[in-house]
Design a protein around this ligand. Sequence first.
Ligand code: BMA
Length: 322
Amino acid sequence: MLERFIGNPILTRADIPAMPPRLVDPTSVFNPGAIHFRGRYRLLLRVQARSRETFLVPAESEDGVRFTVAPRCVELPGLERAGRPVYHVYDPRLTRHGDECYVLFAADTDGACLTGVARTRDFEEFELVGIDVASDTRNAVLFPEQVNGHFLRLERPNRPQGPGEPPSGDEIVLAESDDLLRWTPRGAVLRGRPHYWDERIGSGPPPVKTRAGWLLLYHGVATHFQSVSIYQAGAALLDLADPRRVLARTWNNILEPRESYELMGQVPNVVFPSGMIVEGYDAEGFALPDARVLVYYGAADTCVGLATSTVERLVSACREGA
Ligand code: BMA
């Protein structure tokens, strides 16, 4: 139900213009945020230099397939307000509110992954709204509407794992805020399923409003193989009024590493959906069932893939697993 674009990968490191001195001959481009905004398909790319620093770089397109990458990195003055060094910001997720595009990102600091919020009106200038220093969490995604007067986001708290392993998590939590900075958890939404494809989980792109519920793509990690963790994609439908209620969830993954650019690279066996653009909404803001859905994903932490579907097909895939 998710079909890879025939010309995948749609972006590789060869598409990134040189931005001397720090971003020349980069190593990889992956995990993009995506949105259709001000008449263009837009990506915010995670570009990694050979220093292993990560930069956010905008790209735009007329058709959602052929992207032109801007020769500039996003500047976010004010990151020092985190009160500790922020080494990288990465894995941006994009959501429109009014005429602004909000960027939720992960911030790598000593001992914790924090989440932050920035916003832009034009993809040229970005303003840092702030960094949430209260919780060690990642994969934060903002809902496109307020619910009961509050901003909502899904987040994936980080918890200690086995010895030598980085912190990770198996629970997606709903949190609520009035200022986009202080978030109050309101309960678990999805849990990982031990022994199956989605033992550890995190949201993919921000949820999309459909008549069947909030459509959420998420990534699942199978950790029970000897030598490698496998990152795949699945989907769930959440209740429109109370997104903690899961209405349906895919049983099988709907995208898994199969192509060589997904199986081989900086981190092998990874598909990581991070951007989703739906091409049609009705007058009340619900995604149309037959609208095309473009899903942008990081492949092997090395390049960007595109897979397409329709709203209807993704909703049915959730229900088949319900
Ligand atoms: C996750 C995040 C992603 C990355 C993925 C696979 O934990 O760090 O940015 O793409 O691992 O390495």
